[in-house]
Write a protein that binds this ligand. Structure first.
Ligand SMILES: *[C@@H]1O[C@H](CO)[C@@H](O)[C@H](O)[C@H]1NC(C)=O
Ligand SMILES: *[C@@H]1O[C@H](CO)[C@@H](O)[C@H](O)[C@H]1NC(C)=O
Ligand SMILES: *[C@@H]1O[C@H](CO)[C@@H](O)[C@H](O)[C@H]1NC(C)=O
Ligand SMILES: *[C@@H]1O[C@H](CO)[C@@H](O)[C@H](O)[C@H]1NC(C)=O
Ligand SMILES: *[C@@H]1O[C@H](CO)[C@@H](O)[C@H](O)[C@H]1NC(C)=O
Ligand SMILES: *[C@@H]1O[C@H](CO)[C@@H](O)[C@H](O)[C@H]1NC(C)=O
Ligand SMILES: *[C@@H]1O[C@H](CO)[C@@H](O)[C@H](O)[C@H]1NC(C)=O
Length: 520
């Protein structure tokens, strides 16, 4: 280290300091951590209902207790203080505060829970970033006998009422609002493959969809569901801007997940276009509506059979520019190969075949414990550039990024805590983002590492671990910081006190040691 010191000191006058006001944080979501599924007046959500069906969650796990965050959040706040993390992304459970989903019968204990939680965070110097909809729809709206859930346009106005209720009750404490998490997953996995609640799909996707969700149509419903979610976002933002924003002084946006794509054959112009189209079908699908008030041309020009809905002129006007920042969840990149074959649903409509390998057999990045993720850090910077270009250099918050390591779900606690894979990948991803900020001048304002603690990973149950903190699910839910947590702590401290050039010299394993020593 000594030999590196002197040239760095000489360079010090040119040294780059990472922006001081950057929001470094971690994330969690209500259903994934809270538990207390039937306590203190909470109503059922469609996930409470869905998880009762055998086989829908791996090992038939359920989230009735989850990490028991509902009771243990003071401990998790202490954990964040110890790690020096000053920003937390979390979500409100709609049925916890409105058990029937409707504002005419609120649950005061649910409201009190969130007021206490936000208050405790603020007292600890931690800023809450709050998602209104992280997939736990009130079960009262999940009744396929009357075609409800997100298929019924009525939900748009119910969501707006719920959002209004939240702004009114929590807006003095919460200054960053995220309307929706990952409309792509909510629409396609909930109504396309049926692997998530409400479990709707065409018969060829799975027989359970008839039993749980009353059927479905994977060709049409995902587009309808997303359409209603965009409108719900638009109305909620309008409500916030007209009634609350001036008084409360907050910001509002949406969290969009998207996989970046590279051409399967980098010499083939069709594959190069296919890679762009793959991203337009993801980030573009989720963001063109709220940026430009219409769907991407890449989609509307090739989706057959009038399956992609249209916005009316007034809806389009309302949606245009309906965000203060763009939220981006990045995990992975794939290769895209042009097929040219007209599609019948969201997955085949782009006329692309995706793969982890390219034409000459290059694996894009190591497989992880999530079947949908291969670790590929450079795609982060590339995707950020795609966003900057398409949306005229917006403010961006990275609202999720993280990894579930291969084999971690059934590893011993020692292996679980010594998560070298997460230490290295998360570090690599962050460096790729930092390059996007410093070299490409992309206006990324915050980064939320997913996740603060191991949690209930939807259909993967407790087998998809993303936490920088180990939770003893087999025992008494004790939290223990993993090496990745210490790495993050040390990295944030170094970025706050040293030049970027200096920070980039420190190996992730050394950051772990520094973080551990500083926590003694
Ligand atoms: C809540 O659910 C648990 C099982 O998870 C059950 O033991 C308990 O009786 C339920 N409480 C109420 C109030 O229904
Ligand atoms: C749908 O509503 C009817 C009538 O209220 C009720 O009997 C039924 O249990 C509900 N179905 C589900 C799946 O919640
Ligand atoms: C889905 O809807 C499309 C368009 O209305 C229709 O052609 C198709 O038969 C439907 N599929 C199923 C499984 O109901
Ligand atoms: C496959 O990826 C490797 C590594 O990036 C690259 O060198 C090679 O040119 C790619 N092959 C094709 C056909 O695109
Ligand atoms: C949407 O509008 C376009 C252009 O006016 C039209 O071609 C298309 O049929 C419309 N789609 C639907 C689902 O109405
Ligand atoms: C861990 O789980 C995988 C399947 O997910 C299984 O193949 C492997 O044998 C398990 N390992 C141990 C040590 O239990
Ligand atoms: C949780 O279990 C561990 C060992 O499995 C034990 O050391 C610890 O004291 C327990 N904590 C509580 C709060 O019961």
């Amino acid at each position: 280290m000594i030999i590196f010191l002197s040239p760095i000191l000489i360079l010090a006058t040119f040294a780059t300091q990472f922006p001081e006001d950057f929001a470094w944080g971690t994330g969690i979501a209500a259903f994934q951590v809270e538990g207390a599924w039937n306590e203190s007046g909470k109503g059922m959500s469609m996930w409470d209902y869905f998880q009762e069906f055998p086989g829908r969650i791996r090992n038939n796990y359920n989230a009735k207790v989850a990490a028991d965050f509902y009771h243990r959040y003071p401990e998790d706040i202490e954990l964040m203080k110890k790690l020096g993390i000053k920003h937390l992304r979390l979500s409100i459970s709609w049925p916890r505060i409105l058990p029937t989903g409707l504002i005419d019968s609120p649950n005061p204990e649910g409201v009190k829970f969130y007021r206490n939680l936000f208050g405790a965070l603020l007292n600890a110097g931690i800023t809450p970033y709050v998602t209104l909809y992280h997939w736990d729809l009130p079960q009262t709206f999940n009744n396929f006998t009357d075609k409800s859930t997100w298929l019924n346009k009525d939900i748009v106005f119910k969501f707006n009422d719920y959002a209004d209720f939240c702004f009114k009750n929590f807006g003095d404490q919460v200054k960053f609002w995220i309307t929706f998490n990952e409309i792509k997953v909510m629409a396609w996995v909930g109504y396309g493959t049926g692997l998530h609640a409400p479990g709707r799909c065409s018969p060829n996707f799975g027989s359970w969809c008839k039993e749980i969700g009353g059927g479905g149509n994977s060709s049409t419903e995902p587009y309808i569901v997303a359409h209603h979610a965009f409108l719900a976002h638009g109305y909620a933002v309008k409500t916030y801007r007209e009634k609350y924003q001036k008084l409360q002084g907050g910001k509002i946006g949406m969290a969009s997940s998207s996989t970046f794509a590279l051409p399967y054959d980098n010499q083939n112009i069709d594959d190069i276009n296919a890679a762009h189209r793959a991203v337009a079908f993801q980030f573009g699908w989720l963001t063109d509506p709220i940026a430009f008030g219409r769907y991407p041309e890449e989609m509307s020009s090739i989706i057959t059979g009038n399956r992609l809905p249209n916005f009316t002129e007034s809806e389009s006007e309302m949606l245009k520019g309906s965000y203060d920042f763009l939220g981006f969840n990045y995990y992975t990149t794939q290769y895209a190969q042009h097929t040219g074959i007209p599609g019948i649903n969201y997955i085949s409509d782009p006329r692309i075949k995706t793969s982890a390998f390219n034409k000459t057999g290059n694996l894009i990045g190591p497989f992880t414990n999530s079947w949908w993720v291969n670790a590929y850090a450079p795609g982060f910077r590339d995707h950020l550039n795609w966003i900057k270009k398409r949306y005229n250099d917006p403010d961006i918050y990275i609202l999720e990024n993280g990894i579930s390591c291969w084999g971690e779900h059934n590893a011993s606690i020692e292996t679980g805590l010594n998560d070298a894979c997460r230490v290295n990948y998360v570090h690599e991803y962050i460096m790729s983002m930092i390059d996007a900020i410093v070299l490409d001048k992309i206006k990324v304002k915050g980064y939320f590492l997913w996740s603060l603690i191991d949690n209930f990973e939807w259909a993967d149950g407790f087998d998809g671990k993303f936490g920088i903190t180990y939770v003893d699910y087999a025992g008494n839910l004790t939290r223990t910081v993993k090496n990745s947590g210490y790495m993050y702590k040390a990295l944030l401290e170094k970025l706050g006190s040293s030049s970027l050039e200096e920070v980039k010299q420190i190996l992730p394993a050394n950051l772990v040691d520094i973080g551990k020593a500083r926590s003694k």
